[in-house]
Write a protein that binds this ligand. Structure first.
Ligand SMILES: CC(C)(COP(=O)(O)OP(=O)(O)OC[C@H]1O[C@@H](n2cnc3c(N)ncnc32)[C@H](O)[C@@H]1OP(=O)(O)O)[C@@H](O)C(=O)NCCC(=O)NCCS
Length: 218
């Protein structure tokens, strides 16, 4: 897996340093959030890049699909406007406010949009974050979700210096649990009522990966 910086470099403020360059406060005292750097990740078959306007159509198809409706908490029905907002605004602003980072999963050779992956609910103090993903129905069953998940996890742990990355899959979502296992995550137990989907509150299998689980770099 290779990560390639995109656009302006990391905008992570040293902890507790007052940043007087942001915001419009008269006193000029605003704390800049920690943020993930804007990077693209490359694996053998995939390019993970920031969402773009061209992803709007396939993003609607991804979320309109029966499995996504069942296991994700995205709005239903998922409209073109929802996808436009996600691809052009929300996925980017979640990075700028320090919540996480989101990528489109694309075919490295053809550029085809295959799915989405990201990390969210990041605790910068504990350096713990959580990965989530969804593949378009046309791209499932080829190992792409596992490949992308492993790449994101390695980047978070090795290059961003995190102590732990979590993955929650509903107890009924066998495919997602299998993705976690194939990506090398360790099953820790069941977190009761920890998730929500349109089927209601869900018991979630909790997986994690920590630096000690990774092989030493070659
Ligand atoms: C979960 C999801 C991302 C998997 O995507 P994918 O690209 O098919 O994943 P992979 O090909 O990497 O691996 C899927 C594995 O699950 C297995 N699998 C798929 N459906 C299964 C089922 N119903 N029961 C058991 N295993 C299943 C596959 O056989 C494969 O394992 P294998 O390689 O050992 O045969 C995809 O099904 C999806 O987008 N679902 C809807 C959204 C979702 O559930 N997101 C996760 C929320 S936690």
């Amino acid at each position: 897996m290779r990560s390639v910086p995109v656009g302006p470099g990391p905008r992570r403020a040293p902890r507790n340093r007052v940043d007087t360059t942001r915001g419009g406060w008269k006193a000029g005292l605003v704390f800049a959030p920690n943020v993930f750097p804007l990077v693209e990740l490359k694996t053998e078959r995939l390019l993970l890049r920031a969402h773009e306007e061209q992803d709007i159509g396939p993003t609607v198809r991804l979320f309109a699909d029966e499995l996504s409706r069942r296991w994700l908490s995205s709005p239903q029905p998922y409209t073109l406007e929802d996808a436009r907002r996600w691809c052009t605004q929300t996925s980017h602003s979640l990075r700028s406010v320090g919540d996480g980072i989101h990528w489109a999963i694309t075919d490295r050779a053809t550029g085809e949009f295959l799915g989405g992956i990201g990390v969210k609910s990041t605790s910068w103090m504990n350096r713990v974050t959580e990965v989530g993903y969804g593949m378009g129905s046309w791209a499932r069953g080829r190992g792409y979700a596992s490949e992308a998940t492993r790449a994101v996890a390695e980047w978070v742990l090795r290059e961003q210096g995190f102590h732990r990355i979590e993955l929650f899959a509903s107890t009924g979502n066998a495919a997602s649990q299998r993705v976690a296992e194939k990506a090398g995550f360790v099953r820790e137990g069941v977190a009761r009522n920890a998730g929500f989907s349109h089927g209601g509150q869900q018991d979630m299998v909790m997986f994690s990966l920590i630096p000690a689980d990774l092989p030493a770099p070659a």
